[in-house]
Write a protein that binds this ligand. Sequence first.
Ligand code: F6R
Length: 621
Amino acid sequence: MNPTVAPSTRMPTLIFPTSTDAARHVATLMAKMIRENNASGVPTVLGLATGSTPVGLYRELIRMHKEENLDFSRVVTFNLDEYFPMPKDDSHSYNRWMQETLFSHINIKPENVHIPDGTVKPGAVADHCERYEEAIRKAGGIDIQILGIGRTGHIGFNEPGSPKTARTRLVTLDPVTKRDAASGFFGEENVPQQAITMGTATILEARKVILMAFGEHKAPTVQKAVENPPSESIAASFLQEHSDSTFILDAAAASDLTLYRRPWEIGPVVWKPELIRQAVIWLSLKVHKGLLKLSDNDFREHHLYELLREHGPAENLGYRVFQDRFQTIINHPAGNDPKRTILVFSPHPDDDVISMGGTIIRLVEQGHKVHIAYMTNGNIAVFDHDALRFTDFVESFHRIFQLDQQNTSEVKKRVTEFLKNKKPGQPDTDDVLKIKALIRETEARAAALACGIPPEQLEFMDLRFYRTGTIAKNPIHPQDITDIVNLFERLKPYQIYVAGELSDPHGTHRLCAEAIYEAVRRVRAKKQDFDVWLYRGAWEEWEPHQIEMAVPLSSDVLDRKKEAIFRHQSQKDRAMFPGSADKREFWQRAEWRNTQTAQLYDQFGLPEYYAMEAFVRWKDA
Ligand code: F6R
């Protein structure tokens, strides 16, 4: 898979369509070096990172070891960092994570593995750090350093303000980093304050540096790191000064680069209809003028004279895009004939109503049969106190109605005992996971009913990849795809809706979308076809030039949508995984986003609505 080379950046930046392609590329490069060094009998020294980013890379290296005899017996590794304090066997320790994610699956020698030690006494940390640097030097320095990037721009845990001369040391984590780590620790209050990290200078001494970044939530930081001059406010920007360092991105992480945001500023472009739309919409927002009010001068003053020359004057361009956007306003998303079967996929039990509750309500009102498929049970996002409360409820219920009391009391005792002694982040027992899943399932039924959808039109798929009871997910299981294919064959939908998410915190939406796309390809091969519309999850909205269908919502429909979101009580007031730094509740974000989209259309000079939900069509690559 040939990557796109970004032309606008201050350092080599390669863009791959997906994170899987990118991980494969990096693994191939590492394997080549390991094989060459093995053949010459010399060790390969790798600098390794933890986190969500390198998981695909490690999976690929393990595959190469198992299927292609990639030999790690001469490989020496140094990890970037470890929380402090942190016992080595703690479920949050990077030591344990590395063992579970990579080392226990390959033939690396334990004595060749180096990871900062989170168990040293506070007084001995400085000495430990110095010895860590010495060990790197003794090993001959790092051949390839793998990095991820935090939303603060950190590499390792070199947070904003870290100088480029910094070496391995104890650091305090930035509040943004702690917030991002919070879900893994089941609450920000459980995230350690400090960590031991290699310094920026240590990292810059590696002979080759590869920074990987995947997902849209990384896009703004990546843009600053590769397009702005180096600065202490983004440690990753210092990689610009390294002679062999490369950013490896997936399309989502690259989406804020000038190459995609304003390609016309970089060099000559071919003015295809989509690019014309993007440029004119960008200009309209930039100069705060409606599409029909744009002038030739607006185009000239904003690097758009080529567009003006080829497709102008301004009135033509403005009118053309106005017409195009006008046609995206669609009041009957499934057409005018009633009784069509619509299938909405919801990765977690509340994404349906948060992201497209208004459209669901309108589809039901327009006489269509809407089915909702909840793909995972969402049980890891339920607080322990809610599990306890429902256990108490069931016990009291059984007492009042003289139902089986003995079994209920036993379950309550087991659950109470476990939760009383549970440590932060400790995985739940099977009992507790089942109760939490049930809470979300009943909430989903209540929310669907608020939209006018009866329980018999709901599918609780409980896909296998999600059944880990922890944040980490398994790869998609072949049966997951078969389950979706079976659903298509059974329901024969007229159109389907999918969370086309690029940025949810744990990647669940992305996995769900990939499983659905694969299932769609399979049924299409058997000549079953339907429209596939994508909505965005709770975190972001489509860019205005991307929107292909904007469904208007009245204030009454938006109120009903909020009512449906409220039915997800376990996610109300405070959600376990709010995602991003946004402190607002999901219903507040949804309300803001939907009214915001309507205001944007108004700003373009299009009809003014109260609120709108936005969709794009899925196009198979
Ligand atoms: C991990 C590390 C960090 C992460 C960064 C991105 O060892 O040093 O710099 O690489 O926080 O984390 P993810 O990949 O989880 O987004």
